[in-house]
Design a protein around this ligand. Structure first.
Ligand SMILES: [Zn+2]
Ligand SMILES: [Zn+2]
Ligand SMILES: [Zn+2]
Length: 265
């Protein structure tokens, strides 16, 4: 791994409904209509070094890349084939045809690749699919990505993301993590974890609520944790202000991610 400094930018940090949801007038959505810091696109990451690597491609990808002043994408690593994580892939079609001229490599599990080829069949001349298997590590632009099984149905992965100085883990969609995956998450510098629900967890087999995400962070003793994939309005609405207040009990170790937040890795 090279010593190049890399940054990780949270392009989006919301659950699939986004914050605000167009149909919702709860206090979390109303807060996000006034305070942009509380507004959330669907979840994805940009890892920047000498190249630009996407981890997932949210449906809002075009606007996210314009906001972050990104004009090239070198490769995409995909956690799973749900629309909120792959809906932005078609944005790459004209990027390839009109600018880069080279296929964009896309790395994902077998079922996720099958979903993408079915949904984006018109892009076979824009994307180069590369299949990942569980526990496989690939190195892209000096960063190692290890595909770790998540609890989210099919072959959904989270990724261990390692640079020369930082060990981070990204699990935007997962229920309680499988024991074999947990074995890879000791000594984490940064844990980025699904905190989809507040209070009652509607889907405990495929998501965390905020309290479960906090509990995981504490049991792994990650140095820093960022909550992501937040709905903020199910089952009980919670405002960003209230969530930040709640997390202040953890003395700066557990944070709420927000769209556009950039950290060094
Ligand atoms: Zn709402
Ligand atoms: Zn999902
Ligand atoms: Zn999702």
């Amino acid at each position: 791994m090279s010593k190049t400094t890399h940054t990780l930018t949270f392009l989006g940090t919301g659950a699939s409904c986004g914050v605000p949801s167009f149909y919702c007038g709860c206090k979390a959505c109303d807060e996000a209509r006034i305070d942009l810091r509380a507004a959330r696109d669907c979840s994805d990451l940009l890892i920047r070094g000498e190249q630009n690597t996407l981890v997932d491609a949210a449906p809002e990808l075009r606007l996210q890349l314009i906001r972050e002043q990104v004009d090239c994408i070198d490769q995409v690593v995909v956690t799973h084939g749900h629309f909120d994580h792959i809906g932005g892939i078609p944005q790459l079609e004209y990027y390839v045809k009109l600018k880069s001229g080279a296929l964009v490599p896309v790395y994902a599990g077998q079922q996720t690749l099958a979903t993408m080829s079915q949904q984006f069949g018109f892009m076979t001349d824009s994307l180069a699919f590369n299949q990942l298997v569980a526990y496989q590590t690939i190195e892209l632009d000096g960063v190692c990505y290890t595909a770790l099984p998540a609890a989210h149905g099919g072959d959904a992965f989270g990724f261990l993301i390692q640079t020369a100085q930082t060990m981070a883990a990204y699990f935007p969609d997962t229920g309680q993590l499988p024991a074999a995956t947990l074995g890879y998450l000791e000594d984490l510098d940064i844990l980025i974890i699904d905190a989809t629900f507040n209070a009652r967890n509607w889907m405990p087999h495929s998501h965390h609520n905020i309290d479960e995400a906090i509990e995981l962070s504490r049991s792994l003793q990650a140095k820093r944790t960022y909550l992501t994939h937040l709905s903020m309005h199910y089952d009980e609405p919670i405002t960003l202000r209230e969530l930040e207040q709640k997390l202040s009990a953890y003395e700066g170790t557990i944070h709420v991610a927000h769209d556009g937040l950039t950290i060094e890795i």
